[in-house]
Design a protein around this ligand. Sequence first.
Ligand code: GTR
Length: 381
Amino acid sequence: MNPSPLSLLQLGLLSGITIAEDLKLPDPLADASGKPAESAEAWEREVRPLALEKFREHVYGRNPVGKPGDLKWTRQVLEVAGVKDQVIEGHVTFSGPGGAGKIRVLMVIPAAAKGPVPLFLLINNRGPELADLTKPNGFWPALEITRRGFATAIFQVADIDPDKSEGFKDGVHAIFDTAPRGPDAWGTIAAWAWGASRVIDALEKEPTLDARRIAVVGHSRGGKTALWCGAQDPRVALVVSNNSGCTGAALSRRKQGEQLADINRNFPHWFCENYKRYNGKEETLPVDQHQLVGLIAPRLAYVASAADDAWADPEGEFLSCVHAGPVYRLHGKTGLEAGTMPKPGGKLHAGSIGYHLRPGKHDLTLTDWQHFMDFANRHWR
Ligand code: GTR
């Protein structure tokens, strides 16, 4: 990776220049009056609700519903040829004014599990064939995850909202959007994040799982979803963002790789209408993405970049982790262990924010998963 002159300047923070001065990032500790919170309690009371509101209003949109009153989880054990682990197929069902919804979940629990096991829940934004346990793949290496002692589950984003711009006529929008949609109505990423929380509603009751050690993992658009889910849902103990890029972990104000005008043009359904007002005017956004990582504090956050993934701006993803640090430190935690971006192949696993830079292109691979599991082992065991 050859950093541009601009990013070298921004990485000048490593030699004492702070990027906050270069990019004028919003202070992740500031309350409504602009004063930094002085304790974790004050931050939780004054800053967290405010930051969540800003992300709802200007970026992801507002959900019209929380946990539906009639949410149900039905499941059965499946026999899969050649798989010794316990395989469970279940459905989360719910309804709203516009009809009923159903999310299929496939879960694998290590055969050797002796007590409640931690879970890696993958938000699958690719094809359902990746959930076929008879065809091992790096995107969801289920049997490698169970071999290392974790349970894992997967669901398809399309079960919540198909990934297309059709005027919000299908998926959970058709079920729950009654009033005409306002400029802050939820987009598709918010809908997926809501769906991930509904899967957690179901899985937190599974007796073989440890509900205090649930990791939510997403790649790219799924990574944006994992971050927004974890920012809002305190049951997520570890949020994993893989190559999430623009409106995921990458700082918008850097305007490197994919920018707001690109994402809002190509994916007009992902975010709320208000977000389009900031196309080309990233510096006027009331928030930036380091605050999203900060909203995960004091829980564990993990950001993974790929060295050849310039579209996702690896440096911008790394710098969000750096600038979420003050929120972690206020909570008595180390954010990233160091402010220096690792070289390709390098990782930072000691702090409550983990990071690695995988050599290669935009993808979710077994190498990424090995890092996620190493990080979880280090902090959970
Ligand atoms: C790209 C998009 C990115 C990222 C990616 C993906 O086309 O520009 O923001 O989400 O798709 O999901 O793979």
